[in-house]
Design a protein around this ligand. Structure first.
Ligand code: GRF
Length: 186
């Protein structure tokens, strides 16, 4: 299966997906990495790794026009499944409908807890004993579609949002390639 990855920044989850795709018997290949931020560090990493990249800033454009460009780039690359990896922009209902059931995302919380931003800070403030990450299907509702897999991380007494984020990120890099591989096979 041909996968397109949408990023906005660092792209460490994207890199984990690319690296896993090069392992034996991986059922997906990364056909395109696209970003809404032309300066995203992840784009440079992807290009260095020999992956086709596409950058399109939404500045000065209607959302529909911006998304049409992303959509065209994905289709031109033969993409069948989209993996969001730190893509910081809400997809429109129209875009989600066009790719219904074929977009997945990784989110740094144990959904349905802590949809949206600042997940680690909110887990610490709530006094939770565990945090984690979730891979889910993307629907019109933010961080709301069916959960495909999760990994848990114990919260330590001295954790800060940053220390917790670092340990959760390690689990993200393990979880996302595994769930994407399962997802493209189903
Ligand atoms: C990750 O924590 C991911 O769960 C969230 O945004 C962050 C992206 O990090 N959606 P990276 O760009 O993959 O390094």
């Amino acid at each position: 299966r041909r996968v397109g990855i949408l990023i906005s920044g660092r792209g460490s989850n994207m890199a984990a997906l690319v690296e896993a795709s090069r392992g034996d018997d991986c059922p997906y290949e990364v056909a395109l990495v696209a970003s809404d931020r032309p300066q995203a560090p992840g784009l440079i990493w992807a290009a260095d790794a020999g992956i086709a990249t596409f950058a399109q800033s939404p500045k000065g454009m209607a959302k529909a026009e911006y998304e049409a460009k992303i959509d065209a780039a994905l289709r031109d690359a033969g993409v069948e499944v989209i993996a969001l990896a730190g893509y910081m922009r809400l997809l429109s209902d129209d875009f989600v409908a066009r790719w219904r059931g074929r977009i997945i995302n990784i989110h740094p919380s144990l959904l349905p807890r802590y949809k949206g931003l600042d997940t680690h800070q909110r887990a610490l403030a709530a006094g939770d004993a565990v945090a984690g990450c979730s891979v889910h299907i993307v629907t019109e509702e933010l961080d709301g579609g069916d959960v495909l897999g999760q990994a848990e991380v114990a919260i330590l007494p001295d954790d800060t949002p940053e220390s917790l984020a670092g340990r959760v990120l390690i689990e993200e890099h393990r979880l996302y390639p595994k769930i994407l591989a399962e997802f493209v096979k189903r």
